[in-house]
Design a protein. Structure first.
Length: 433
């Protein structure tokens, strides 16, 4: 079992002290639930590790992992920054009154509408991804913004983190960022502009990474670039953002595969200090942008089992009332999950496949797992669904997306209501004859 879960006297699963059967009865299924305390604890681990190891840092939560207004309040209260990657994420954050001066704005193809929204509203750091974007900014900055736009430049450090190829981003062949050799000219152009202010550099090498070395390699490449740039042009970058990407376990088997966030922060801090010492470079303010490692284990999805189908000698299918619409990660990345029968955690074990209700044979949440004989009407809880589930959910087959509940002090609080069927037709224009 991952995170803060236990089995109560009724043989029910409890998350953060809340009985999942009661949650299913009162809030409906499918349902995303988050253990708020664990989420806050994950943030605290990052903060403490930085406080112990590095003099000036900023932590920015990567909103693409999971974002809603209630989470924005926690991020703000914890004094973290927020990484947004679209006009939509920026809009959500500013609607939730998240301070725009703590927003880092990403994206490899920021549209005109997005650029103008952010230029007008204000931003903490704008991450320039490519030449075309820089030229737009040079044209638009003076007319739309009444301030110097604070910039990071995103570089591809050429480091392979050996994770799933769809979530590898820092290799030379990447759609994101400036190749090292191309960055110099662009940065100089920005330094010379009256409307822009270059604060630092950014890189993000990938996601769900299970060892620390690639992050250290990336830090090394970035600092070497900073030192070379200073030597040639006399310009000192005050800040360095090394992105996110630390992986986390999804199953008990993977429990020891990933370095804890404390170790990761400590190793990066040491590396940056060591390199700066060697290069006589002033220590930059260091940013990290964790997403998954903050929210993933804090989140679970509660389903109800519907049909159960046994093909003698072949397989037993257990179908739940959600699937690839609320968790597209198995079908996209072959991601592995584990589950429990929430209303009978301990029981006679049986090998089953947990599938969703979509019209796709590939809609399999868990290929094969021992579970305590799931039956129609049972509650099934899939663990570690806190990141890239809600945020990547779809309405395929016109299935409404689940609501989100935060569990705090043993009580549930609805923070995103479930979608209704009428939400699904809200944007349809009904022809009149
Ligand atoms: N910063 C930048 C610029 C990013 O592109 C990302 C993730 C992060 C930070 C946060 O990375 P994390 O700490 O969450 O690994 N949908 C995929 C993951 C895509 C990650 C995209 N970028 C998945 O479900 O595995």
């Amino acid at each position: 079992m991952l995170g803060n879960k236990s089995i109560n006297e009724n043989n029910h699963l409890e998350i953060a002290g809340c009985d999942v059967v009661e949650l299913a009865q009162t809030m409906g299924t499918p349902l995303y639930v988050y253990d708020e305390e664990l989420l806050r604890f994950n943030m605290q681990e990052y903060e403490e590790a930085f406080r112990e190891n590095y003099p000036h840092f900023s932590l920015a939560y990567a909103g693409k992992a999971f974002l809603c207004s209630a989470l924005c309040s926690i991020i703000e209260e914890k004094n973290w920054w927020l990484d947004v990657v679209s006009g939509g994420e920026y809009y959500l954050a500013s609607s939730a009154d998240f301070p725009v001066e703590k927003i880092i704005f990403h994206g490899n193809n920021k549209t005109q509408e997005e650029r103008h929204l952010v230029l007008r509203g204000g931003v903490g750091r704008w991450v320039v991804d490519n030449e075309v974007e820089l030229n737009f900014l040079l044209e638009e900055a003076s007319s739309y913004a009444s301030y110097k736009i604070p910039l990071f430049f995103r570089l591809t450090p050429g480091v392979d983190p050996h994770t799933h190829q769809y979530i590898t981003t820092g290799k030379i062949d990447s759609k994101f960022g400036f190749p090292l050799g191309e960055a110099e000219k662009a940065i100089l152009k920005a330094i010379q502009s009256e409307d822009l202010e270059v604060w630092g550099l950014h890189c993000h090498i990938g996601s769900q990474i299970d060892h620390i070395e690639p992050f250290l390699k990336a830090a090394e490449v970035m600092l070497q670039f900073m030192a070379d740039f200073r030597k040639k042009h006399g310009f000192v970058f005050r800040e360095l953002d090394l992105g996110g990407g630390l992986g986390v376990p999804y199953t008990d088997e993977e429990r020891d595969r990933f370095p804890p966030s404390r170790l990761y922060v400590q190793a990066i801090s040491e590396k940056v200090k060591e390199m700066c010492g060697e290069l006589s470079y002033p220590l930059p303010r260091l940013y990290l942008e964790p997403g998954r490692s903050v929210v993933n284990t804090a989140g679970s999805t509660i389903y109800q089992v519907g049909s159960v189908k046994e093909i003698p000698g072949v397989k037993k299918y257990v179908a739940v009332d959600g699937g690839m619409t609320d968790n597209p990660r198995p079908i996209l990345y072959g991601a592995k999950y584990q589950a429990h029968v929430g209303n009978r955690v301990v029981g006679e074990q049986e090998k089953v496949s947990v599938v969703g209700k979509c019209c796709e044979s590939g809609d399999v949440l868990i290929e094969e797992m021992e579970l305590s004989s799931p039956r129609p009407g049972d509650i099934l809880v899939v663990e570690a669904t806190g990141a890239y589930n809600y945020s990547m959910a779809s309405n395929y087959n016109l299935i409404p997306r689940p609501g989100v509940v935060f569990l705090r002090e043993r009580k549930p609080e609805l923070v995103v209501r479930p979608e209704s069927w009428s939400d699904l037709v809200r944007r349809d224009i009904v022809p009149v004859d």
